[in-house]
Design a binder for this molecule. Sequence first.
Ligand code: ATP
Ligand code: MG
Length: 368
Amino acid sequence: MQSNRVLLTGSGGIGGVNFARALNFGAKLNKLDLFILGTDFNDYYIKLPKLDAAEKTPRHSDPYFVGRLKELIRKYKIDFVHPNPSSEAKVVAEHLLEFKRLGTKTFLPKVESISPSKEFIWKCMRDHDVPVPDAYFLSNHEDIKAAFKMMGTPLWIRAKEGAGARLSLKVASPKEAELWISLNLIQGRVRSMKDFVLQEYFGGRDIAFDSLWFDGKLISSSTRVRLEYPMKHISLTGLTGTPSVARIIHEEKLTKLGIESVKALDRKPHGFYSTDIKEDDSGNSAITEVDGKWHTTASLWGYALAKVRQDNSFNIAFTYLQLGLGQKSPKEYGTHQDLYPEGFTMIRQMDSGVVLSDQENRRSWQIL
Ligand SMILES: Nc1ncnc2c1ncn2[C@@H]1O[C@H](COP(=O)(O)OP(=O)(O)OP(=O)(O)O)[C@@H](O)[C@H]1O
Ligand SMILES: [Mg+2]
């Protein structure tokens, strides 16, 4: 009998919990024997996912992180490693040979495609004629005024490294940008103003594009528009990382753009990629981010649709595992652009469960 022993790192994060749930559901539906070992550095959140075993690891930046994972792979006879947080995925990708030597499988993009800097992403897109917001990478104070002169007002300031809209803010004048940079320098969040970029402000729709690839072949994709963020009033930008309401959309233009963005980042995409697209007030779309990582709700969408339809072909995390383990071939799965049905809306909120709603047909399902 085939062994399906999975190591899921960062399993206590929201994305990790979603991922474990999707795998457990997929295994149950397909009557597959599955063992999930979850790891996390956080003592509290690791209690949230449904796991067969839980172990603590140090943070990804700790020199012992890789050694600890290897130790656990041996101890639990792990067949497949899925590092869920991109910070951990990058470290695993950097040490891929060591994991291969242990006989364990992964399904990760190449190192350079995981958590790239915003500057690297922007240049990759530009080089491949994929639309991006105009940008000014700052070197000195004069550049701030020059950026406003070049791109007008308001502008969007953001850190070049990091996730979760790190140090982002809509700024209406060089003074505002100047103050924002100074405050973050004084408080030690950045070391130099070179850590910032000023971009054209795109005030329209906020779109997420997810795609799974195998050796350069597209396996599936989906596009959704983010409609609400949880607790948006407690953050300066209103962007609190993962949306509380999002709706599936089918728009050829966006699918094409999403696919182009991944190919511009990675000539031969392999693994899961998240793309963020913003629109301006006239509906022009531009890429703000492409990363070989899982959006927090990517596996939750797959789980919700698989649960409602009782069909694992929607269960993107489970498909990823089957492809990664070599239990299903990319040919067998085919290519599914716009995997999820149009108009489906997911509504989620802390302590309030998750609802999937098909608004056109006035149907709703309590998913969690
Ligand atoms: N030029 C821009 N104009 C307006 N909003 C922007 C712009 N660039 C990014 N944003 C907003 O900031 C959010 C976060 O930015 P982005 O996804 O590009 O990178 P990130 O900081 O790595 O975020 P995350 O880790 O949350 O995905 C975007 O989803 C978008 O809503
Ligand atoms: Mg993003």
